[in-house]
Design a protein around this ligand. Structure first.
Ligand code: BGC
Length: 387
């Protein structure tokens, strides 16, 4: 059985579900989420669904561009909106995990250079101070400063050019990373100043790297990939962590290719994949968790999910991942919560509305919500505290 008090839930992010946001993504033709899942108006209905599925926690994000649409000017009615969101979670017995930044930025901030701006951490700190000051009386305990700042955001936006501002510059990537490190540390400190009892971390995208066979070069590459992808940002932001937040989706098998070193990665078998081609590899989460044990911090799985429009693979996906998480707990890893990605279908960044990750299906024409069968299986696991 999972330990008593284990937190069970699902996650969302503002831009992916709310609708009606105006930020750097909505300005980008390929990134306009429009009405998204209409969660901004229907959050109460969505939290009722989460409650009916026996969840006792929920991760969501606050949209910076709503709170501070103009530099230094905070929007009271938006602050009020998220107050209601937090109160609705509390009323439904859902512990809020509040993400302060999940990829999207206010336009004024982008016009100042976004995370390239040397003062970006200071701007973010001002927003965080306002948010924490406003909501701490509501009993929010868990704060997530940044979502996947390094290898997803910084690399997609400044190296691979798949997220706005679609740049491909190594030097800019490094500058952005440096500023995001500063940002996390400042945010951590300001949250603790306002509320010394808060629990603060960031959402780290973790990958299980595996060496193909025992060959020396494969093992070296595995060591380096693991060190840099999984731990670099975490180490650079030490000791500003009260917990470790993990987003686990992938496995990456490494087979060194002498002629094309860049092709040494992702040599997976890919027998079983999601609708968007992510390999399903539940055992990987066990190895990642065991690797994190040495830090002696509580661990929360802040995202783990599958794009599966027909809901054929989701039930097994959730069960198998929870099975391996449970194994890690038995080995002494202090995992305290699991958030499936995501509660409802959402806008999948550069991939649009096609991928369906939700426990709850959204009909984008009528905005009708429909619980998928796998969500009921997840409910059984929660109720039995066991897979
Ligand atoms: C992101 C989510 C995204 C999910 C599925 C994560 O990297 O945090 O916003 O929807 O992956 O691709």
């Amino acid at each position: 059985m999972f330990p008593p008090g284990f937190l069970w839930g699902a996650a969302t992010s503002a831009y992916q579900v709310e609708g009606g946001n105006k930020n750097d993504w909505s300005r980008w033709p390929k990134g306009d989420a429009g009405k998204a899942a209409g969660h901004y108006e229907r959050f109460k209905e969505d939290f009722d669904l989460a409650k009916s599925l026996s969840h006792n926690a929920h991760r969501f994000s606050i949209e910076w561009s709503r709170i501070e649409p103009e530099e230094g000017k905070f929007n009271e009615s938006e602050l009020n909106h998220y107050r209601e969101v937090i109160l609705a979670l509390k009323e439904n017995g859902l512990e809020p995990f509040v993400t302060l930044w999940h990829f999207t930025l206010p336009v004024w901030f982008v016009e100042k250079g976004g995370w390239l701006n040397r003062n970006s951490a200071v701007y973010f700190e001002r927003y965080v101070a306002k948010v924490v000051e406003t909501y701490r009386h509501l009993g929010v305990k868990f704060w997530i400063t940044l979502n996947e700042p390094d290898y997803i955001y910084a690399f997609e936006a400044y190296s691979r050019g798949r997220f706005p501002p679609q740049q491909k510059s190594f030097l800019k990537t490094i500058r952005v990373l440096k500023n995001l490190i500063k940002t996390h540390k400042k945010a951590y400190k300001i949250i603790h100043q306002h509320d010394p009892n808060s629990q603060v971390g960031f959402a780290n995208n973790v990958i299980y790297f595996e060496a193909y066979g025992g060959k020396f070069m494969n093992r070296i590459l595995k060591f380096l990939a693991n060190r840099y992808w999984n731990f670099w940002f975490f180490r650079k932001t030490m000791p500003c962590h009260d917990f470790i937040g993990c987003n686990y989706y992938y496995h990456n098998r490494i087979k060194f290719n002498w002629l094309h070193p860049a092709k040494s990665f992702n040599r997976n078998d890919n027998c079983d994949v999601s609708d968007i081609g992510f390999e399903i590899y539940p055992e990987g989460i066990y190895h990642v968790l065991k690797n994190l044990k040495k830090y002696n911090l509580p661990i929360y799985i802040l995202e783990n999910g599958i794009a599966d429009a027909k809901d054929e693979k989701r039930e097994k996906f959730i069960k198998d991942h929870l099975y391996w998480i449970y194994k890690a707990i038995q080995k002494g890893v202090d995992v305290r919560g699991y958030f499936y990605w995501s509660l409802i279908d959402n806008f999948e960044w550069d991939k649009g509305f096609g991928p369906r990750f939700g426990l709850v299906e959204i009909d984008y024409k009528t905005m009708e919500r429909k619980i998928r069968p796998s969500a009921l299986e997840y409910r059984k696991i929660i109720e039995n505290r066991s897979v």
